[in-house]
Design a protein around this ligand. Structure first.
Ligand SMILES: Cc1ncc(COP(=O)(O)O)c(C=O)c1O
Length: 371
């Protein structure tokens, strides 16, 4: 048996071997929070762009032949929405985070990172050669305060998500903003799960908390509420110009196909013009949290992401199967995505679900909890 086969068998034995499976059932799992991945207006915009001859191939890095006015226009629009000077689109959020951090952090700097930050932030931090890295307990404000207060001769970077992807809980942005101002730290905020849902115009939690001035760089994925793929890094004009020089996934990757910019532009218009759609996922999650209170454990979730924490891999897979049998598409989340013994079924409430479905879902969940 080859080494790889043996390692696969070991994963299998622990219930941790993943298989690729297309979704089946009513969607409680995808990150298409606002239902824009299938929206007809986005489709129309994409088709119109193709028919007008906007390229469907990137042709080269944006530093070479891949530069196209559609991306520039979209980046400028996105930056205005975020109340920032500029933005730069990357082909994925993973590319954005793994390019941003090593482009900015220098040897002798210090990086403070929340323990539950996404793998793309972790990998970005791993690429920061010569920096000191401190992993802080999840959402522990006293730990952030004391780490920031410790003297450090280089630059200190604080890295956090605003809404956490697997727990659906939220960083206290106003308090973190006060701390980074007080200690002159540079703050990187990943708004992957907040963009399109939070804030008066849907720009995200930075907008909702009115802390843009304290943020050095924010990252906004387009594969979630925007219903497409890719990610905007947002910040000052100098920051963005620096990333054009030094974000390796940006520099050394083929540009995303220009016609896709027209789809994201249409998605932005839909998001900005429809506050009701933006509010729905969180309203529905509140309804579900109330319905299962005291019977199932949603952790500290306060957003449209509602994990049902069940502990073991077996229990998480069992709940996934129970829900599948009742027509729901929901996925067990297991290590290494989440720590050992915190397995869960991650429920995502989408704008196109209705109240009756939430009540039926609550009944199905409670039937599992007390069969
Ligand atoms: C917090 C966070 N940042 C970044 C990413 C990566 O984004 P993408 O899927 O566009 O690569 C994800 C999820 O995929 C995420 O949850």
């Amino acid at each position: 048996v080859s080494d790889t086969a043996a390692r696969l068998a070991e994963l299998e034995a622990r219930g941790l071997r993943r298989r690729l499976a297309p979704p089946v059932g009513r969607d409680l799992s995808s990150n298409d929070y606002l239902g824009l991945a299938h929206h007809p207006e986005v489709r129309r915009a994409l088709i119109a762009a193709l028919e007008q001859g906007v390229p469907h191939g990137g042709t080269g890095s944006r530093l070479l032949t891949g530069e196209h006015p559609a991306w520039r226009a979209l980046e400028e629009r996105f930056a205005r929405w975020q109340g920032a000077e500029a933005s730069l689109f990357h082909a994925t959020g993973f590319a954005a985070n793994s390019g941003l951090l090593p482009a900015l952090v220098q040897p002798g700097d210090r990086v403070l990172s929340d323990a539950l930050n996404h793998a793309s932030l972790i990998d970005g931090i791993r690429l920061c050669r010569g920096a000191r890295v401190e992993i802080l307990p999840h959402l522990d404000l006293p730990a952030v305060a004391s780490a920031l207060a410790a003297p450090w001769s280089g630059t200190t970077w604080l890295v956090t998500e605003s809404v956490f992807s697997m727990d659906g809980d939220q960083a206290d942005l106003p308090t973190l903003a006060a701390l980074v101002r007080q200690h002159h730290a540079r703050w990187i905020v990943d708004e992957a799960h907040a963009t399109g849902l939070y804030g008066p115009t849907g720009a995200g939690c930075i907008e909702e908390s009115d802390v843009r001035d304290a943020v050095f760089a924010s990252v906004h994925t387009a594969g979630k509420a925007l219903g497409g793929a890719g990610a905007f890094v947002v910040g000052s004009r100098d920051l963005i110009d620096w990333l054009v020089q030094r974000s390796r996934p940006f520099v050394f990757s083929t540009a995303p196909a220009p016609f896709l910019a027209h789809g994201l532009d249409a998605a932005l218009t839909l998001i900005q013009s429809d506050p009701e759609r933006r509010r729905r996922p969180r309203q529905l999650a509140d309804r579900l949290r109330v319905a299962i209170a005291g019977r199932l454990d949603p952790g500290a979730s306060s957003s449209h992401i509602l994990p049902v924490l069940v502990g073991s891999v077996d229990r998480a897979l069992h709940l996934q199967q129970h829900l599948a049998g009742r027509g729901w598409e929901a996925r067990a989340i297991r290590p290494p995505t989440v720590p050992e013994d915190t397995c869960r079924v991650r429920l995502v409430l989408h704008a196109d679900l209705d109240e009756a479905e939430i009540d039926r879902l609550a009944a199905d969940l409670l039937a599992w909890a007390a069969p």
